[in-house]
Design a protein around this ligand. Structure first.
Ligand SMILES: [Zn+2]
Length: 93
């Protein structure tokens, strides 16, 4: 188990949260012009990095707000958390 820093509630046990995948997926600006392959890429394909990964999390058993987490996929260490719309924290690679 590890602690996750909710931007509103502070550090809490990971069991209070759930992860909902990669953060910073931009919705297409002109969706009617996308090909089927481009739609598939937007809807289904996600990065799977070894190392730093930015993810969307929600504080299910707390404030119920969404935020982003920078997590190292190798060590599972949380490198920082930040509100949706904020820039990711600068962390060493
Ligand atoms: Zn919270």
């Amino acid at each position: 188990m590890f602690l996750i820093e909710c931007p509103w509630c502070g550090p809490r046990d990971q069991t209070e949260f759930s992860c909902h995948g990669e953060a910073h997926i931009a919705r297409p600006k002109e969706p009617d012009k996308l090909s089927d392959a481009e739609w598939a890429d937007y809807v289904f394909y996600r990065s799977n990095p070894k190392g730093l990964h930015h993810e969307r999390w929600v504080h299910d058993h707390g404030c119920r707000r969404w935020f982003n987490v920078a997590r190292d996929t190798v060590s599972d260490k949380i490198r920082g958390s930040y509100k949706v719309g904020d820039k990711p924290p600068k962390v060493a690679p």
